[in-house]
Write a protein that binds this ligand. Sequence first.
Ligand SMILES: Cc1cc2nc3c(=O)[nH]c(=O)nc-3n(C[C@H](O)[C@H](O)[C@H](O)COP(=O)(O)OP(=O)(O)OC[C@H]3O[C@@H](n4cnc5c(N)ncnc54)[C@H](O)[C@@H]3O)c2cc1C
Length: 441
Amino acid sequence: MNWDSAIDSGPVPEDGAEFDAIVVGGGPGGSAAAAFLAMKGAKVLLLEKATYPRDKTCGDAVGGKSLKHVEELGVKGILEETPHFRVDGIIFGAPNGKEVRIALPEEEVELREAGYSLPRKQFDTLLFRNANEKVLDAGGAVVQGFIVKKVHVSEGAVTGVSGIYEKQDYHFTAPLTIGAAGYTCPVAKAITSHHGEPMIDKDHYCGAYREYWTGVKGCEDWKGAIEIHFIDGVIPGYFWIFPVGNGVVNVGVGMVLTEMDKQKTKLRALQEWVIKEDPKFSKRFADAQMVKKSGKGWQLPFGSPRKKAPSFQPRRCAMAGAICVGDAASLVDPFTGEGIGNALLSAKLATDLFDLEKHRDGFPSETADDYQYKLWEELSAELTNSYKLQRLVKRKWLMNFFIGKAVKKEELQRALTDMIASKEAQGQFHSKWWMVKTLLF
Ligand SMILES: Cc1cc2nc3c(=O)[nH]c(=O)nc-3n(C[C@H](O)[C@H](O)[C@H](O)COP(=O)(O)OP(=O)(O)OC[C@H]3O[C@@H](n4cnc5c(N)ncnc54)[C@H](O)[C@@H]3O)c2cc1C
């Protein structure tokens, strides 16, 4: 499958051109939003800073929630034809070294959230290629290598953006601008600053560091488990090992920013310590090699509910003329670190609300508010549960006790899978009576 050749985006539109919608950022959220809009017949301008194919720092796990939207976008068939690692289980490791492996039957891949893992370079390129094709077919334009620098706000509404392409300035306008440029998105900055609300919240932002390795013991196949370890010395953060196929493994550590500040943690050094010094992992990495220049740090803006959110949860992400999706709307799951699924889901919600005829003269603040209510209605239960779990796993003794029990009890193994996989089942996990009953009897 040819996913790694350059993508031809055609000519750059003239400075001052008008569109039905502008999408800033061509990651999963932006590519999905642009494609969904083009599928509705909108004339879209998709602006992406990088030139595809490009890497994105990630754990590379693409869950069942993402697959549903990938299918709707018409990319699932192509995705399945490209090399990918099939996730058929999840291993959780406790601080005392005990591990529980939870099987994930193939027929449940789409019901549950674990599905595939494959390098983001590959996954994102497939989505961007699809968006590029759909946007151009519908009469829109796509520009790679375009950096959006400024978001224009006039009379309380976003009216367009300006930025730089090959050292030249351009300004474009549209009734709707979709911010999909990740955790530093200029549209998200414009929206929050226009309302005098904070964008970054260190209690709800996570630092993460990733490397690719080959030769890691136990990760040789194209099918198997992804691993999440709560290691003594890494808690309150966690260490992951996600194979991506062909003997290549995505290895990383993550920790909430306030905890990193408290402990003065340097993630690269922490990961090196685990790989070289931890009694269990040093053996698995004894003959392994890091893929050169694959070490990269990034941030994950979590979707956990804020204590005193000034307006919307998890934070304001829309206003007249603008909507943010994905990381730009701070939607990453605070327990699993997954953000691709919510990037695609928010892109779908945002574009469903855009009415080509009705919003020709402007996208009103009431519809922007509707988006924020709908988004939180859809995601609040799972994001709130995941936040509780994130806080729970900080306690070493609890993780030792829990995983120790789970090794022996099938019901708990199921619950652990549910906690990461099936969001609906998280309610049961949080029932105190269920917890006491299952742990003690
Ligand atoms: C270490 C790590 C591990 C993770 N592991 C997982 C995982 O296993 N599974 C999972 O589901 N999620 C994971 N996530 C989260 C996931 O990576 C994000 O949630 C996801 O990428 C969000 O997609 P997005 O489209 O919103 O933003 P992004 O993927 O960040 O895409 C934003 C795009 O905007 C472009 N851009 C940025 N600024 C501008 C600008 N000024 N002008 C134009 N374009 C711009 C960028 O080049 C980029 O292409 C992980 C994140 C990290 C950091």
